[in-house]
Design a protein around this ligand. Structure first.
Ligand SMILES: NC(=O)c1ccc[n+]([C@@H]2O[C@H](COP(=O)([O-])OP(=O)(O)OC[C@H]3O[C@@H](n4cnc5c(N)ncnc54)[C@H](OP(=O)(O)O)[C@@H]3O)[C@@H](O)[C@H]2O)c1
Length: 345
């Protein structure tokens, strides 16, 4: 068994990780941290059968584990990682702190200096479907952001095939459940504020995840890719539903579909839906899948792409376990559930 620790086990991504890892045949929980509830048992704080005690992050015995999942706010995460990084420890960071290849890019989008720039060279971007071969040897895996995960998977075959050429611009509309903002108390996420409403926010290029999307899509396309992004807070607890508008540069839908079929034929967690069937949150709730639908616009070169993920699973903790499996040479699907069986490619 591989012993693992979770920093920030009481947050939404931490809770999801505890659930997944309790069912993982090769992982064993070594420590769980919380500042607010240190000293209490996990089961006293959350509706989960886990009887482990919660330790403060400073007290957790990192020498007793082979891997850690860091589910802390950005900035706090890199401070902890700088403290614990070393040989023999694999680190999977769910925060944004190791998602960029350069400290300047990080500072540009997050507005703070990177506190461990010397470690960026030891990290990889953990989107297995695109960068699988880089992950096993890494010391730190920067787990992708929730919005970028589905958006990048929904556009990667088009980007790699040169359909996002020149000064390409893609329009991404995404509706996210409230857990995407974490467990903090904030009036914006109060039940009364959220229910029976859908609220766009940080429209255009204002959301930090635009940097991550543009960086990865640009590297796949081999040229700059401009993203116009409209995130929306929607009244459900989990899930992200995307509607993406792609100018296919003249490629017809049949060609676009062939590209996606080829790219994802062997992927256990990416499901290309039957022609014209739209992605739905119901397909991905609680599982590690990304479902993608491709749609024709009559009389136009625009292709509409619908996609869905569960932000806490493929958008965070499930993907983190996918990366953990790769780091330890386990089958990538170990401990993870995929799309419902009725969804055939
Ligand atoms: N939510 C999502 O959908 C999602 C998706 C992808 C990535 N992420 C990223 O994953 C990370 C965790 O997100 P989350 O949604 O799980 O957050 P969350 O629900 O707000 O939980 C944060 C966790 O970090 C702990 N914590 C907070 N401040 C701390 C500090 N100064 N020192 C030590 N521990 C501290 C909290 O512990 P106590 O409150 O118990 O003290 C809690 O366990 C964030 O960086 C987030 O951006 C989130």
């Amino acid at each position: 068994m591989i012993r693992v620790g979770i920093y920030g086990a009481t947050g939404y991504t931490g809770q999801e990780l505890v659930e997944i890892l309790l069912g993982h045949p090769q992982a064993e929980l070594g420590f769980l941290t919380s500042e607010t509830y240190r000293g209490k048992k996990y089961s006293e704080v959350l509706p989960c059968a886990c009887e482990m005690p919660l330790a403060g992050a400073a007290e957790a015995d990192v020498s007793s584990v082979e891997a850690v999942f860091v589910c802390l706010p950005h900035t706090t995460a890199m401070e902890k990682i700088a403290e614990i990084y070393g040989p023999g420890l694999k680190i999977i960071d769910l925060s944004a702190d190791f998602r960029f290849g350069s400290p300047d890019e990080y500072a540009r989008w997050y507005g703070v200096e990177h506190k461990a720039p010397e470690l960026i060279g030891h990290s990889v971007y953990g989107l297995p479907e695109l960068f699988r071969e880089r992950i096993p040897g890494a010391g730190i895996v920067g787990n992708p952001g929730c919005y970028p995960t589905g958006a990048i998977l929904a556009l990667a075959p088009a980007a790699s095939a040169g359909l996002l050429g020149g000064d390409a611009r893609v329009i991404i509309d995404a509706k996210s459940g409230v857990s995407g903002a974490g467990r903090k108390a904030d009036l914006m996420y109060n039940f009364v504020e959220v229910s029976e409403d859908i609220r766009p926010y940080k429209i255009g290029r204002a959301h930090r995840h635009v940097g991550e999307m543009e960086s990865v899509l640009g590297s796949l396309a081999g040229n700059a890719v401009g993203v116009v992004f409209t995130p929306q807070l929607a009244p459900f607890s989990r899930g992200i539903l995307y509607t993406i508008y792609l100018d296919s540069g003249g490629a017809d839908l049949a060609r676009v579909r062939r590209l996606y079929e080829r790219a994802y034929a062997e992927e256990p967690f990416v499901c290309l839906l039957p022609p014209e069937e739209p992605a739905r949150l119901a397909y991905v709730r609680g599982n590690n899948a990304c479902v993608i639908g491709l749609h024709r616009v009559e009389g136009s070169k625009t292709v509409v792409i619908t996609a869905a993920i569960d932000n806490l699973v493929k958008g965070a903790s499930g993907q983190a376990v996918q990366n953990f499996n790769l780091l330890f040479g386990l089958p990538e699907t170990t401990g993870l559930s995929s799309v419902p069986g009725r969804l055939v490619r």
